[in-house]
Design a protein around this ligand. Structure first.
Ligand code: ZN
Ligand code: ZN
Length: 375
């Protein structure tokens, strides 16, 4: 049965190009296979629908003749290699602020998505085939921790290489043979007929899951999958100066997957989004720190020396006599280390003179005396 592309995107038959684009983005986000509750089959269908409906000529043909797509082969065990949807509007800029040990250029846009559907090898396609799922986690740190390089343990529950069979999926002593379905290559070629022509698409062999081997006894630990779900603790170094919402990528620390071919495992990436907790009395403005200092009238008039907490230590601050409320004192380099580059931000102390609301009898007398003096 032909697919209804309008229905897939949830738009009417007379939807504008803009409406189609919007609906596609929304649906692609929702069903992205790397997301919780994502659906790879649905995701591919949505892309397929958009490919046709976003093109005037193809859309016209489709309206007239229907899709002509067949349903076969839509499944495919191919893992999606961590597309980043913020990269949609073109360019490789993927919105992540850092990359540790990354291989770069992973911010697949349209090209990769369509490459996946129509079998045309996209830039990273061969590299990403069979790659395990990317994992995203949040981690919360304090402002003090954000100032220095901090090491944190992250606990995740993910698929890792089965240690019992080392990923082969075979029980020890089991007879191992080359997979008959894929002749040991780990992948099969599927023909897909579309209105645009027939395309050949390589997919991971469903029988051997890309390993290229079969065996008479499956590994009793992983059931032949070559991977098991386990709790894993990962140490992550958070660089000094990190800001709330920034993401660190740990390449190869995501879930394990298998590239076509023998025991050729390749893990996805781990994305750690850092949340910096609000401080009880420091306010962060970029790499600068704002601190509100309350002083008394006499301190303002006569001057004083007070201890001020900073993110690093405590400093003695000289308050000059005659300071006005609202005056800002700057402490050089007492802010946050610049993330990329040298140096630090500054600390700004906002001085506020507190006017007493209640006075004792003797205090009142003193103020009356000051009044007589014209102060
Ligand atoms: Zn195993
Ligand atoms: Zn096979």
């Amino acid at each position: 049965m032909a697919k209804d592309y309008y229905k897939l995107l949830g738009v009417s038959k007379d939807a504008s190009d803009d409406e189609i684009k919007k609906a596609f983005r929304k649906a692609a986000h929702k069903h992205h296979p790397d997301k919780k509750g994502g659906d790879e089959v649905k995701f591919k269908e949505i892309n397929e629908a958009y490919q046709v409906l976003s093109d005037k000529q193809k859309r016209g043909q489709y309206d007239q003749f229907g899709s002509g797509f067949d349903q076969a082969g839509a499944g495919g065990g191919q893992g999606f290699g961590g597309f980043d949807f913020s990269g949609f509007q073109g360019g490789g800029q993927n919105g992540f602020n850092f990359e540790f040990g990354g291989d770069g250029g992973d911010g697949g846009g349209f090209g990769d998505i369509f490459g996946d559907i129509f079998g045309g090898k996209g830039r990273d396609q061969s590299q990403n085939q069979g790659k395990g799922n990317d994992i995203s986690v949040d981690i919360e740190i304090t402002l003090e921790e954000a100032v220095v390089e901090t090491e944190k343990d992250i606990n995740i529950y993910i698929s890792i290489l089965c240690s019992s069979c080392d990923g082969s999926g075979a029980e020890k002593g089991s007879k191992v043979e080359s997979c008959k379905t894929c002749s040991g290559s780990g992948q099969v070629t599927k023909q897909r007929r579309t209105i645009l022509g027939t395309f050949a698409q390589n997919e991971i062999c469903p029988d051997c899951k890309g390993l290229g081997e079969t065996f008479d006894k499956k590994c009793s630990v992983c059931g032949g999958d070559g991977k098991t779900k386990q709790n894993k603790t990962i140490k992550v170094k958070i660089p000094a100066g990190i800001a709330d919402g920034q993401t660190i990528r740990l390449s190869g620390q995501g879930e394990v997957g298998f590239r076509p071919g023998k025991r050729n495992s390749v893990a996805g990436d781990l994305y750690i989004t850092v949340r910096v907790k609000q401080h009880s009395f420091f306010e962060r403005k970029g790499d600068d720190i704002i601190y509100n200092l309350q002083i008394s009238i006499s301190q303002a008039v006569l001057g004083d020396k007070v201890n001020i907490p900073t993110l690093q230590d405590e400093v003695k601050l000289k308050i000059p006599s005659g300071i006005q409320s609202g005056k800002i004192i700057k402490l050089n380099e007492k802010g946050i280390t610049h993330l990329q580059g040298r140096g630090k931000g500054d600390m700004f102390i906002v001085v506020r003179v507190v006017i007493p609301e209640r006075l004792s009898k003797s205090q009142k007398k003193l103020f009356e005396k000051l009044k007589e003096e014209g102060i």
